[in-house]
Write a protein that binds this ligand. Structure first.
Ligand SMILES: [Fe+2]
Length: 159
């Protein structure tokens, strides 16, 4: 089955762990698309839950890196994450009420993800890369120190 959306090199923020997470979100969007096509309500529900959980963890991870890098726009970036988390939660709520949300949700996710990566995420790339440089702590150490450490460690645990 053809994929709805693909991660391409122009979406790279230059940080492997982040790129991997973005690729996984892209995978989830494709899964949502497939579940929607086959009208499999159970599968849709499962992907919606996973998308929500994974996106929230991904945001905590990005925020931990931005804080550690003392990135100057971290606060406004967090606001964007907050808004988007609320949006996904709304979709999930509508799904739970029996609405068909898959098509609309995947459209919103694609538009948002591409724009967000190309704008906000690209912008922190340089600062975070610098702080992850030779002098800075390793991503594993950031993960261990982050408030959402468990969720954050998960990503590095996969590699
Ligand atoms: Fe972000």
């Amino acid at each position: 089955m053809g994929k709805l959306v693909k991660w391409t090199q122009d979406l790279s923020v230059g940080i492997e762990a982040i790129d991997d997470q973005h690729k996984r979100i892209v995978d989830y969007i494709n899964q949502l698309h497939e579940a929607g096509l086959s009208n499999d309500t159970k599968a849709i529900g499962r992907v919606v839950d996973q998308l929500m959980e994974y996106t929230v963890s991904h945001f905590s991870f990005e925020e931990a890196l931005m804080d550690q890098a003392r990135y100057r726009y971290a606060a406004s970036h967090k606001k964007v994450h907050e808004l988007f988390t609320r949006r996904i939660a709304e979709y999930r709520h509508r799904f739970q009420l029996g609405e068909e949300v898959a098509a609309e949700m995947q459209g919103t996710l694609i538009k948002w993800l591409m724009n967000h990566i190309k704008r906000e995420d690209m912008n922190y790339g340089e600062a975070v890369r610098a702080s992850l440089g030779e002098k800075g702590p390793k991503p594993q150490e950031v993960a261990a120190a982050a408030p959402a450490g468990g969720a954050v460690r998960k990503f590095f645990g996969r590699t």
